[in-house]
Design a protein around this ligand. Structure first.
Ligand SMILES: [Zn+2]
Ligand SMILES: [Zn+2]
Ligand SMILES: [Zn+2]
Length: 408
């Protein structure tokens, strides 16, 4: 049985590895083709005297840089948090994207300015520019099909997106081809006009990157449906009564989530923490790119009453008062446990006492009732609930539950 499970696990790993290898290989092929095309286009642009071809070369070059930045920043972003970057390194990818987008826009601007100065030119681009534009279109269309096939086979959205990028690159070369052909047919101005069209295409590509990065840096709220999906799932978890202030911030590829949950106000700290942990695990399972979840636990709905009640007296002070009063009370032999509740703007305490074992039950009850009245005289205690504890100290309980933390 264990053997079979182990085998299944292994097969899963190798298919994931195969997927990574296949998508990685086609990405590398695309990058190599971009290197070749860039060199070819620069040569053809210079030799053939075509600004449209040079603009298309710049586009291929920017694609190369984009591949490089994507690769490097994704690697840095995957590094775990350290003391210098406690929220992780996700923002490096964002910075990479912004740098890339600014590079592309600067480059496109240069191309456009250069093209405008060539509006009056009479020079006709050489046939080599025409040929290279044709080669580029064919190469990019082939790359589109090859990459899309790998992407579909391995269900990799990023690879499919990459395939579409190849196809949009072909569009840029088509614009160049039309400009060059038009210029050779007797309309030289068509060549710089095609260059400007290519420059505009580069700017649009850059703005698309930049948009994502700017949303992230300005902490643009996550898609509502994602938050709603998370929120309804969290509400259904055991122990969660309600939630509010669910927020998520993007950090490059990573997601940081924080929220407030409402739990039973009378439950214990450790139980509330358990509920919070349940929420954290749920979010991390639901969204695999979540690297951090911060859950704030509220004991009751937030409201004006709670705000107005302001800070309460610290529990240690309240407990010291209780032990002092109980210590002075007749027949109370020990205070085993003091629980303080700060709910609905009031302070309520639960106090477990031991009494003289010789007392009758009726007498013991009277001791408790008397102590309750005295405790409610203490400043800031609105309500006291006194109960009798019977068994003595037990060493197998967690220390904080065993009582006897101080004699009354
Ligand atoms: Zn491109
Ligand atoms: Zn809250
Ligand atoms: Zn914790």
């Amino acid at each position: 049985m264990a053997e079979a499970a182990g085998k299944a696990g292994k097969v899963g790993t190798t298919s994931a590895e195969r997927r990574l290898r296949a998508t990685g290989r086609i990405t590398l092929v695309g990058a190599l083709v971009n290197v070749l095309l860039t060199a070819l286009k620069v040569a053809a642009g210079v030799l053939g005297g075509s600004s449209a071809m040079l603009a298309d070369a710049a586009h291929s070059f920017s694609d190369l840089i984009s591949d490089g930045v994507t690769y490097l920043s994704a690697r840095v972003a995957a590094k775990p948090p350290d003391s210098n970057h406690p929220y992780g390194h996700g923002r490096f990818e964002t910075v990479g994207t912004v740098v890339l987008a600014s590079l592309l826009i600067t480059c496109a601007f240069g191309i456009a300015v250069d093209a405008v100065t060539r509006f009056g030119q009479t020079q006709v681009p050489g046939a080599i520019a025409l040929w290279v534009a044709g080669i580029s279109i064919a190469a990019k269309e082939l790359l589109y099909h090859a990459t899309a096939r790998v992407g579909r086979k391995h269900e990799s959205p990023i690879t499919i997106a990459n395939a579409w990028h190849h196809r949009s690159d072909a569009l840029s070369s088509i614009a160049a081809l039309l400009g060059i052909a038009g210029a050779r047919l007797g309309f030289p101005i068509l060549d710089p006009i095609a260059a400007i069209i290519v420059a505009v295409m580069i700017v649009f590509a850059a703005l698309k990157f930049a948009r994502v990065a700017v949303h992230e840096v300005t902490e643009h709220a996550l898609e509502n449906e994602i938050l709603e999906e998370l929120s309804s799932g969290i509400r259904a978890l055991p122990g969660v009564r309600s939630l509010h202030q669910l927020r998520a911030r993007q950090m490059g590829p990573n997601l940081l989530v924080d929220l407030h949950i409402e739990v039973d106000g009378a439950t214990t700290v450790s139980d509330g923490h358990e509920v919070a942990e349940r929420v954290r695990r749920f979010i991390e399972e639901k969204k695999s790119n979540v690297t951090e979840v911060l859950v704030h636990v509220d004991p009751e709905p937030e409201g004006d009453a709670r705000e107005a009640a302001g800070p309460f007296r610290p529990r240690d002070e309240v407990e010291a008062d209780i032990r002092r009063v109980a210590g002075a009370a007749e027949d109370v032999s020990n205070v085993r446990v003091v629980l303080a509740h700060y709910l609905e703007g009031r302070t309520a305490v639960q106090v477990g006492i031991e009494v003289d074992p010789e007392l009758r039950v009726r007498e013991a009850k009277e001791v408790g009732r008397q102590l309750q009245l005295e405790l409610e005289q203490i400043a800031d205690i609105d309500h006291a609930n006194v109960h009798l504890e019977f068994d003595g100290r037990r060493d197998d309980l967690p220390r904080s539950l065993a009582g006897n933390r101080g004699a009354p």
